[in-house]
Design a protein around this ligand. Structure first.
Ligand code: UGA
Length: 447
């Protein structure tokens, strides 16, 4: 390592913690901090506050190596760092705009603790011109005795693969105004040997929002194609394969189903639409992307209804609650909406998820009626009139369908992620319904 520059990370959530530990893995000395004391305590004790593959191992490794420490006092983390990454939350407000109060809070803490030149890096996903506002905030609330700069270095980490994504990024985007800021950031990421794109700060911010908006657009596009396939008698799966073979389109994010969820795509899309409107640009295309996504829940519930006719008093197994596999995150997960709708229709729901059950139980703590939490997929399927798949956890793809057949009340599976092996299910006598395919019940009637 050519310099002894110290890294600070403000916010130890899904972005901050993998980032902090990733830099430690690259050989840098990192201080992490968070306004939530319980998070800092848990991290200091070697326990990540959320599930993310590989994170716990990395945390323990770098608590031991001494390259990572979690500090309870934010000011101390600021004073002990040369480069500070702002990784706090940017949730959306009622009107869709990003709530930047945590970003401003971080900027003010930096201002109050500036004791030498520091490079402040906006890593949280935030609207264009946030870096400019962070700079203004530090100027306003600081003592103006020390120079500083603000750069933007958006993150592209996916939940479930965040550690891998940090260490093997497709690209590193650096938005900075000065050569000093650019060279500090270049040096930080040098050990990865990955392509770096250097831009101005507004462009770097916009690259992130545009990336997530484009991913959402791809998903809504394939979901509309999937509806068309159902109506016309074609296979959404085959269409996605055919589209994906064109390198100009690409094979990723063409999985039709119950739509995108999570903390990023839905909120970033809203924020991007809001930014466009504020700037006088009508980005109605993205409103349509959002509308299509919201309609996926209806579409799925209707499919369940078509399969079962009446939902009142039915027992339904729900496999998968997390918004995607390999995470315990249920923020904006389709499962939240689907389960509410099923209960409104009078069904009882038997829930199973390999990681997210606890979170789900917390959200539904005030309304626990007709919800049964199960410790395995098989247990959830016991006595069920249908099994509904809402998250494509690998274990659901490896089920022994003969065994499942032995414990359900009716052999019906509705797959919201188009993930299961249709032939294996049908061979065991299951009626198998998926998105983007007209359902064929055993007596040959198309529904
Ligand atoms: C997303 C982006 O993929 C990351 O690049 C970005 O860094 C991150 O947001 C962020 O802004 O922090 P993430 O929210 O972890 O990552 O999840 P994705 O893998 O993008 O999946 C989002 C949702 O889309 C999931 O509910 C997933 O099931 C759904 N999805 C994904 C589909 O319905 N179809 C697909 O083909 C792909």
């Amino acid at each position: 390592m050519s310099s002894k520059r110290r890294v600070g990370v403000l916010g130890l959530g899904h972005v901050g913690l993998p980032t902090a530990l990733g830099f430690a893995e690259l050989g840098w000395t990192v201080a992490g901090t968070d306004s939530d004391r319980s998070k800092v305590e848990s991290v200091s004790a070697g326990v990540p506050p959320f599930y993310e593959p590989g994170l716990e191992e990395l945390l323990r490794r770098h608590l031991t190596s001494g390259r990572f420490r979690a500090l309870p006092e934010i000011g101390e983390a600021v004073r002990q760092s040369d480069i500070l990454f702002i990784c706090v939350g940017t949730p959306h407000r009622e009107d869709g705009s990003a709530d930047l109060s945590q970003v401003e809070g971080a900027a003010r803490t930096v201002a109050e603790n500036l004791d030498s030149y520091k490079l402040i890096v906006e890593k949280s996903t935030a609207p264009v011109m946030t870096a400019l506002w962070v700079e203004r905030a530090i100027q306003r609330y600081g003592n103006r005795q020390h120079a500083f700069e603000v750069a933007c270095n958006p993150e592209f980490l996916r939940e479930g693969t965040a550690v891998h994504d940090f260490l093997h990024p497709d690209r590193i985007v650096i938005g900075a105004n000065s050569e000093r800021a650019r060279s500090w950031l270049r040096e930080l990421y040098e050990p990865l040997g990955r392509p770096m794109l250097i831009t101005d700060r507004n462009s770097a911010e916009m690259i992130k929002h545009a990336s997530n908006a484009f991913l959402a657009l791809k998903i809504s596009f394939i979901n509309m194609v999937s509806d068309l396939c159902e109506a016309a008698g074609a296979s959404a799966q085959d269409i996605a394969t055919g589209l994906g073979l064109d390198p100009r389109i690409g094979a990723h994010f063409l999985q039709a189903g119950i739509g995108y969820g999570g903390f990023c795509l839905p909120k970033d899309l809203k924020a991007f639409i809001h930014v466009a409107e504020e700037l006088g640009v009508n980005f109605g295309l993205l409103r349509e992307v959002e509308r299509i996504n919201q309609g996926r829940i209806d579409r799925f519930v209707r499919k369940v209804q078509q399969a079962l006719w009446v939902l009142q008093d039915k027992q339904l197994a729900v496999w998968g609650l997390a918004f995607k596999p390999q995470t315990d995150d249920i923020r904006d997960a389709p499962s939240l909406h689907v389960v509410r709708r099923l209960r409104q229709a009078g069904a009882s729901v038997r829930l199973y998820d390999p990681a997210a059950t606890q979170e789900f139980r917390r959200v539904f703590a005030e309304e626990p009626d007709r919800l049964v939490y199960c410790s395995s997929a098989l247990e959830a399927a016991r006595g069920a009139h249908a099994v509904l798949v809402l998250t494509e956890w690998p274990e659901f793809g490896e089920m022994d369908w003969k065994q499942v057949r032995g414990c359900v009340a009716l052999p019906i599976v509705v797959d919201g992620r188009n993930f299961l092996d249709a032939a294996a299910l049908r061979a065991e006598g299951f009626e198998y319904h998926r998105m983007g395919e007209a359902s064929l019940v055993p007596d040959g009637i198309k529904i």
